[in-house]
Design a protein around this ligand. Structure first.
Ligand code: FE2
Length: 383
């Protein structure tokens, strides 16, 4: 299969559902951007940040480029210079701080015009597979950028302008004592099969892998458990600063965690978050356990959830982000292929900012193992 795989990502969602999802995401994006206080759109040049107005322009451009310009620069944009300004494949990270970003009024009307055109298509009720694919791609891309806004606002200590997601255990979940679940040797169907709806290219295609028996924790590592590790480093007179979760501080004997613009006492039972894969591995070494592989975590996440507790965090694995055999890029070629560089790690799960439809057990997220600014945590396997 080739470049045109995407035309086979049926069944397609109904236009009415797609419209509902897109209206919701559009509302989220608009609220985030509109509620920035004057001056907050200026952010320091750091690897994990983007200038917010640039990121806003980029997600509009992406939507327009794939849904309305058919992925061709020769089809003109509503906004002059849009390709040079907002194509993330062309404009380097540093140059995003130097770019002459249009005013917020111009960006807002660009956003409204592009979205209005898509809403018209969806309201017509007649949507081709090609349109359904690219509208979904643009919607999920927008959702991912909305999530990137969420962790960027957390990094910057800005207040979060939307409903506050709960900070510890998932809503309506009952707490039970953590334990290790023994999973016997089994065959795993890894990746996504054809005709299972929208997928990303890195999920192609479903294939069987055999996984030796393993034991995996029902819960992600908690703040309390992680604190024990930090104490052990201190006791051994080893600096714990590098391994401290981002946004923690100690006052007297008490630890606090910053959640957006508020400092809160650490909830010892809640999953520890904002931990790099490197720190997670140090913890494992200390505890005599290990990180799960992508296959192992995929098995857990595809299993009935009464047995394990989701963490509402992206969970690190020990697996490098690699293509499955027979991989081919979909039209947005920079989604996965540039990141098969041997440096990125696979993460599974979702954060509280991930919409339900992206919380699929086949979904593969990937980050550099040094990152800890996004909503990430980990669980462990017996070594
Ligand atoms: Fe993007």
């Amino acid at each position: 299969m080739t470049y045109f795989d995407y035309l086979s990502y049926a069944p397609w969602p109904s236009p009415i559902n797609l419209l509902k999802d897109l209206e919701r995401s559009t509302h989220v994006t608009q609220t985030i951007i509109q509620k920035l206080d004057p001056g907050q759109e200026q952010v320091p040049l750091l690897p994990q940040l983007n200038p917010p107005y640039w990121e806003f322009g980029h997600l509009i451009w992406f939507h327009e480029f794939w849904v309305h310009r058919h992925g061709k620069e020769s089809n003109p944009s509503f906004l002059s210079q849009a390709d040079t300004l907002f194509n993330s494949s062309i404009i380097s990270h540093n140059d995003r701080w130097l770019a002459k970003i249009p005013t917020i009024d111009i960006l807002m009307s660009y956003f409204s015009e592009v979205m209005a055109r898509t809403f018209t298509i969806l309201k017509s009720g007649s949507v081709s597979p090609e349109q359904a694919y690219f509208i979904q791609l643009a919607l999920y891309h927008e959702d991912m950028h909305n999530e990137a806004f969420a962790y960027m606002w957390q990094s910057l200590g800005y207040s979060w302008p939307l409903e506050h997601p709960h900070r510890s255990i998932e809503d309506h979940q009952t707490y039970f004592e953590p334990r290790y679940i023994r999973i016997p040797e089994c065959q795993l169907q890894l990746g996504s099969a054809q005709n299972t709806g929208f997928i990303f290219d890195n999920e192609k295609w479903q294939h069987e892998v055999s996984v030796p028996q393993f034991s995996i924790s029902s819960h992600a590592v908690s703040n309390g458990e992680y604190l024990e590790f930090l104490k052990s480093l201190n006791d051994a007179k080893i600096s714990s600063t590098d391994h401290q979760p981002a946004y923690w501080k100690k006052e007297g004997n008490d630890w606090f965690e910053r959640f957006y613009d508020q400092w809160l006492a650490i909830d010892l039972k809640a999953p520890v978050r904002h931990i790099s894969a490197q720190s997670a591995e140090k913890y494992c070494l200390w505890k005599g356990v290990r990180l799960p592989t992508e296959n192992e975590l995929s098995i857990l996440m595809a299993s009935v959830s009464e047995q394990w507790q989701p963490s509402s965090l992206w969970e690190w694995t020990s697996s490098t982000f690699e293509p499955f055999e027979g991989f081919s890029s979909d039209p947005y070629q920079d989604y996965s292929a540039p990141w098969f560089d041997g440096k990125h790690r696979v993460l599974k799960g979702w954060s509280k900012f991930t919409p339900n439809y992206l919380r699929r057990s086949q979904f593969r997220n990937f980050y550099l193992p040094s990152r800890r600014d996004f909503f990430c945590g980990f669980r462990t396997c017996l070594a």
